[in-house]
Design a protein around this ligand. Structure first.
Ligand SMILES: Nc1ncnc2c1ncn2[C@@H]1O[C@H](COP(=O)(O)OP(=O)(O)OP(=O)(O)O)[C@@H](O)[C@H]1O
Length: 610
């Protein structure tokens, strides 16, 4: 695939904004790196469209990636969660298609965006369609994921196809997408959330696609974390790319997580987690909206039923639900129709279980154990742009540091602030330590992940009796029944939703997903916490959270100039990252150069934009 040594040499220094410092020094002349969308060469139609969306100024990753992509360079962009990577590739991609659209009659797409999950696919397509509509250009974008009618989706030769690698492979093997036509048409290929593409099992699919990617095709790879998988993809698909990367581990480790996300943890026994989350939510010690991560679907329903008894309504987003319901649930949550979303994030756990099974040769095809009903293209943790989530709660800890980074990256997106609270049981202390050490905590350095200060022991104990009593009533049978009932409801909803949304795409409020599953309404003594149960410190804390929320409401992104530029920048998740130009092949071959490039990330070629 590589095209090293061809044509003109790529520049040794990428066309980045001037800066005064080396990688990760956090210094530099701040005023210099603030270029506008116009200044980085964006088409006025796109600039206007962004302005209508309230997006006025490019984020650092956009400032550097957009000009490079417009120049036709292959780019690897690794930047933190919520840093604006989607526009970083989408805007130049569209701009390039503005000029090439209609130039020849193509029977296959000019651009393909590959993502690991349906949810992301839908999210990207929505963004593309909205930009196309606002720019008033004649481009056609379609989304294609498993289960859809491939032939119908591709009829009319879309310019942009957003899909998963598995789906593209099916299109190619079934002839719905002619390999020769694809090789003829394809100009840009994007691998979004690249760190997940291989772990979702798309390696074979990508290999199959690779054979049909023409040499001239520009390839872009976007990722929030770096991993062996990202390296592998980079070597397989890209041509001597520019590497845009966030501060290297060792320089500013904690900068991998946006600075405007405050991280807390609470130590509690496994059996006290329900009690603790009740205290956090009922005493209003965390700000809404709240996204709660669980590792299993059953646990998600256990929490939902438990909270219901206290009058707290929530929805459980999980891989078992029909796609329409999941998408609708996400839209409703994003639109603020409910405040508590429980998301089961079991992808890593499934992966590990699968690996174990395979290692042990346990390839039983037992129907009982086949989780075929779970959607393998489902994923809520990576990449989904949840809007205005103020708090992420890890009810159960993720199994890996990368999982933690992605989960808490669902808050503090773009210019927003947020907090993450992890409930950590004794058996989860190891992963907590791993996360802390990844964040750079040691004897000399203060941790960014600190004990949650607002929840007193008294406050927890005041709710213990009620919580334990209610927890006992949430039995395994009740959970099983509720889960089945929820699924039945959602399957019915899904059909209605499909028909309804085809006619009324903007009507969100048709079906609510945070419906109460228990037959009995919550008892009034559980719904309201009497004052005598609360200690003054907790009452004070709860007031503080409410005040902070009210204040934040006034401090939206449009008012961000109220803070001094320097301090704002240092907290800003959209800020720091570095750039590395591709190495010019000098007889040594492209792959070697890419490898070297990575080793040299800290070297002179790296530019800090901060
Ligand atoms: N220049 C900008 N100014 C303000 N907001 C922006 C800008 N660019 C993107 N955003 C907003 O920031 C949010 C996060 O962007 P995006 O989803 O692209 O992040 P990401 O880097 O892909 O995150 P993840 O790694 O979690 O997928 C979105 O709501 C997006 O609309």
């Amino acid at each position: 695939m590589g095209k090293s040594g061809e044509k003109e040499a790529p520049p040794t220094e990428p066309p980045v904004p001037r800066d005064g410092g080396g990688a990760g020094d956090g210094g530099g002349d701040e005023a210099e790196d603030e270029r506008s969308f116009e200044e980085i060469g964006l088409d006025p139609r796109l600039v206007r469209a962004l302005s209508k969306k309230g997006v006025e100024k490019p984020t650092p990753i956009q400032q550097v990636a957009i000009p490079l992509i417009l120049e036709g360079k292959d780019v690897v962009a690794r930047a933190k969660t919520g840093s604006g990577k989607t526009f970083a590739y989408l805007l130049p991609l569209l701009q390039k298609l503005f000029s090439s659209s209609g130039s020849k009659s193509k029977v296959a797409p000019s651009a393909i965006v590959l993502v690991p999950t349906r949810e992301l696919s839908q999210q990207v397509r929505t963004e593309v369609l909205s930009l196309i509509e606002l720019c008033r250009v004649q481009l056609k974008a379609v989304e294609l994921t498993g289960g859809a009618d491939m032939r119908a989706a591709l009829a009319g030769s879309p310019d942009i196809l957003v899909s998963t690698p598995g789906c593209i492979r099916k299109c190619l093997s079934s002839g719905v997408l002619q390999p020769a036509s694809l090789s003829d048409s394809l100009e840009i290929l994007v691998l979004d959330e690249a760190d997940l593409l291989l772990s979702y099992g798309y390696e074979e699919d990508l290999r199959a696609l690779k054979a049909h990617i023409p040499r001239r095709c520009q390839c872009l790879l976007m990722s929030a974390t770096s991993s062996a998988d990202v390296e592998k993809l980079k070597k397989q698909i890209l041509h001597n790319p520019f590497i845009l990367t966030l501060p290297e581990v060792g320089d500013v480790k904690d900068d991998i997580i946006p600075k405007n996300v405050q991280q807390f943890w609470i130590s509690c026994a496994e059996h006290d987690k329900l009690l603790h989350i009740l205290a956090l939510l009922k005493l209003e010690l965390v700000q809404k909206k709240v996204l709660i991560f669980m590792n299993t679907i059953d646990m998600g329903f256990r929490l939902k039923l438990f909270l219901e008894k206290f009058g707290i309504r929530s929805a459980v987003l999980n891989a078992e639900l029909p796609q329409n319901s999941r998408l609708h649930m996400l839209e409703e949550f994003n639109a603020g129709l409910f405040d508590y979303l429980i998301a089961t994030d079991d992808s890593e756990i499934k992966e590990k279980a699968k690996a174990n099974d395979e290692n042990q040769g346990q390839r039983k095809k037992s129907r009982k154990h086949a989780k075929a009903k779970l959607d393998s293209e489902f994923g809520v943790v990576r990449g989904i742009d949840f809007k205005n989530v103020h708090t992420v709660i890890n009810f159960e800890m993720p199994p890996s540091v990368a999982g933690y980074i992605h989960r808490i990256g669902r808050t503090g997106r773009a210019y927003n602030t947020g907090s993450a609270v992890s409930l950590v049981s004794p058996k989860e202390m190891d992963i907590l330590e791993e996360i802390k050490s990844f964040l750079g905590e040691d004897e000399n350095k203060e941790s960014n992940l600190v004990p949650f200060p607002l929840l007193t022991k008294n406050a927890v104990e005041s709710l213990r009796y009620r919580a334990e009593d209610v927890a006992k009533s949430v039995t395994k049978v009740a959970i099983r029944e509720s889960r089945a009932q929820d699924l039945r409801n959602e399957i019915l909803n899904s059909e209605k939703l499909k028909a309804h949304f085809e006619a009324n795409p903007r009507d969100l409020d048709l079906l609510k997903h945070d419906k109460v599953l228990s037959k009995k309404p919550p008892a009034s003594h559980l719904r309201d916490v009497p004052d005598y149960l609360l200690d003054p410190k907790t009452q004070e804390a709860s007031k503080m959270v409410k005040l902070a929320r009210a204040a934040m409401g006034k401090c939206n992104p449009a008012n961000k100039q109220v803070t001094k530029r320097k301090s704002r920048k240092s907290r800003d998740p959209l800020k720091t990252f570095t750039v590395e130009a591709p190495k010019r092949a000098q007889g040594g071959g492209n792959k070697a150069n890419q490898r070297d490039g990575d080793h040299n990330r800290k070297s002179k070629k790296r530019k800090s934009v901060d």
